[in-house]
Each structure stands twice: as C-alpha cells, then as structure tokens.
Design a protein around this ligand. Structure first.
Ligand SMILES: O=C(O)CCC(=O)N[C@@H](CCC(=O)O)C(=O)O
Ligand SMILES: [Zn+2]
Length: 354
C-alpha cells in the first residue's frame, strides 16, 4: 500500500483513498538520510537519520492542516511540502510531523461532518457523551500522535506546532495568527518575527484556555504553537498559491535548517491584538447586528450593540473592540466571536534564542 505513496508522492491523494482509517502503517527510507513513517490516514513523519539529526539546531515541527475540511489552501501547501520531501528536492534536517486533520470532511468539502474538530482537544473529545462520533475519535488520535512525536526519545527541546487554517469571511488583515493562552510564559518575539517573515503580520493573544489543537500543544508540550489563518476559505484548486510564497519559503528553510535570517523584534512591523473576551452563545435566537460580510478586525465603538440574544443586548465594553470569527451558527455554549483590543508588548521576549 505504501508503494502507492512512494510512486505518486501525493500524500493527499493517498490519504483520501482511505479517509476513515488506515490499516497498513509502515516505514520506508528516502536514500540513506530520512526515515518516513506513516502512522495513520493523514499522518506522516519525516525523521532525519541520527547522524544528520545531531548536526541540527534541534527543532521538532508539527504542521497540521484540514482540522477544518473545507480550508483548502493549507492542505495544498502541506501537500506540496510533503511532495518535495518525498521527491527529495527538500531534505528534512529537523523531525517533522504532518497531520491532515479530518480527511472525511475534506472529501465532503465541509468544515466538519458531525462536530467541530477544533473544539475537541485537551480531552474535550471524551467529555459528556464521550467518543460518539468520528471527529471525537480523531481528536483523541491526533492528540496521541502529537504526544508520540513530541515525547519520542529523539525529540528536540524546541517544539513547534503551526495549525494552518483559512477563515470563513474576509479580513482587514489577510493572514493572522492566534497565540494560545500562555500563563506564566512570555510570548516569543522570535516566533512573531518568524510569522512576519512568512507574511503573517498580525497576532492575537488569546486570554483563556480553549479546546483548540494549538492550545493542546502549547499547554502540554510547551510548544511554540499557533492557529494560523491564511486568508479566506476557497474550494480546492481555486487558491492563488502565489499568496503563500513567503510562507512556503520560510517553512522550507525551517525544515531544511537553512538560516532563517529573521529581523530583530519590532512591534511596528506587526499588528498585535489582545483578546479581551469571547462571546458565547446562550440562546438559539443569538444574532449579530452587523452584516454578514463585515470583515474580521472591523472595530466598533463603546456602547455599540454587537449582538442580541434572549432579549438582551450585547454591547462593546471597551473604548473600541474589533471582532474576529463572528459566527452565530454555532451550538449553544460555543464561541460566537472574539473581541479584541490593542495588545501591550510587555510580555514579549524580544531576544532571539535560536
Ligand atoms: O473564520 C472563522 O470564523 C473560523 C476560522 C477558524 O477555523 N478559526 C479557528 C481559530 C482557533 C483558535 O481560536 O485558535 C477555529 O475557530 O477553530
Ligand atoms: Zn479553521
């Protein structure tokens, strides 16, 4: 079965041929330099052989895509990197795990099938009704694979996880990253400048624990983990991949341990936002007052009525709040929108450490 992958070098096609699960896990070598391991459908690891690994600066990298099945640009990007690795035009000098999160939802062309996978991490998959649907089962497996990768005897100390997405609506900042809640740990100015070099010039600092994939890696493995939004959702094949040239170049450098040549941290070259609150849905009649085509990062003044539910008005509480990811069509109890204010740079480690 792995023969098909070795021939086509198309991991997406290989994954979608067995979207539910994969019986024949396996390992093969690329030349004498890299071991490839397929752990499950959509799960592939590239590991430089030990002699190569010792010469590196030691980063373990997780790149995930398709946690939401219809977010296709990250899938095309990751598939391109896997292809370059399989074709040996890109040689891994760091251990790297690629995860294609929800293959059945990719086939379906939808965000999810039964339940939003990116609300099921940090054990949420097993809470309440438990492992009742394929997304809950997959979330548990994805946690297991990340754990296996980050706790391997070959694991590096510097752990990185970029969970790649695209957003439902347009945005005043086309590409942006969500920095998960990080109590007691400074934000990494070096990572922010890496993102900036990738063309991701906007970062949101999350204010509370969540059940997202990036928070799972950040919390449990102290990874430099981010949810990264790369533009607007488009059908497979319709993405303008020229918009990801910088990101592809920087990921290629990261994987091949080529100098990243990052600029010193400079707050003026990025837009930094602090999440001040998440507004959750409490009633079925929850609705926003603004139009459906309002872009992410649109700002509203103090007192403005953002939404209504159960006979109550939900108003802007700060001088100004910008909104991101407004979505009224979520189940009761889930986040309908994040509200943002400008962030302070006090808690950012401005040194470059690697
Ligand atoms: O565009 C939208 O409304 C959602 C885009 C998306 O999938 N965003 C992630 C963000 C996760 C995080 O907060 O780290 C999500 O909602 O899962
Ligand atoms: Zn998404």
């Amino acid at each position: 079965m792995l023969q098909a992958l070795k021939q086509s070098k198309d991991f997406l096609q290989f994954t979608l041929a067995q979207p539910q699960h994969f019986d024949e896990v396996g390992t093969f070598m690329l030349g004498s330099h890299t071991q490839v391991e397929v752990w499950d459908t959509g799960v592939i690891v590239f590991e430089p052989v030990e002699s190569e690994l010792k010469q590196t600066s030691g980063k373990d990298i997780v790149l995930s895509c398709a946690v939401h099945g219809n977010e296709t640009a990250p899938i095309e990007l990751c598939n391109g990197l896997v292809k370059a690795l399989l074709e040996e035009t890109l040689i891994a000098k760091q251990r790297i795990l690629f995860l294609f999160g929800n293959p059945p939802a990719i086939i379906n062309g939808t965000r999810f099938i039964d339940e939003n996978l990116n609300r099921l991490f940090n054990g949420a998959h097993s809470v309440g009704e438990g492992l009742i649907n394929p997304e809950r089962i997959r979330a548990k497996k994805l946690e297991f694979y990340v754990d296996k990768f980050f706790t391997s005897e070959n694991a590096a100390t510097h752990k990185i996880h970029y969970d790649l997405h695209t957003a439902i609506r347009g945005s005043k900042h086309e590409k942006f990253a969500i920095y998960p809640y990080r109590p007691g740990r400074q934000y990494s100015g070096e990572q922010i400048m890496f993102l900036e070099a990738c063309g991701i010039d906007t970062v949101l600092f999350h204010h509370e624990p969540t059940t997202t994939f990036s928070y799972f890696s950040s919390l449990n493995y102290q990874a430099d983990a981010f949810t990264i939004e790369l533009g607007k959702v488009l059908p497979m094949g319709q993405n303008d991949m020229t918009r990801f040239i910088a990101l592809n170049e920087m990921l290629t450098r990261l994987i091949s341990d080529t100098p990243l040549q990052l600029s010193e941290f400079n707050a003026k070259s990025v837009n930094l936002y602090q999440v001040c609150r998440a507004i959750n849905k409490n009633f079925d009649d929850f609705e926003f007052t603004f139009a459906n085509d309002v872009e992410n990062f649109t700002a509203f003044p103090n007192g403005y009525i953002l939404a209504k539910e159960g006979g109550n008005d939900i108003k802007v509480e700060h001088e100004i709040e910008a909104v991101v990811f407004p979505n009224a069509k979520v189940p009761i109890g889930q986040r309908t929108v994040l509200c943002l204010k400008p962030a302070s740079t006090d808690n950012i480690d401005k040194a470059h450490n690697s």
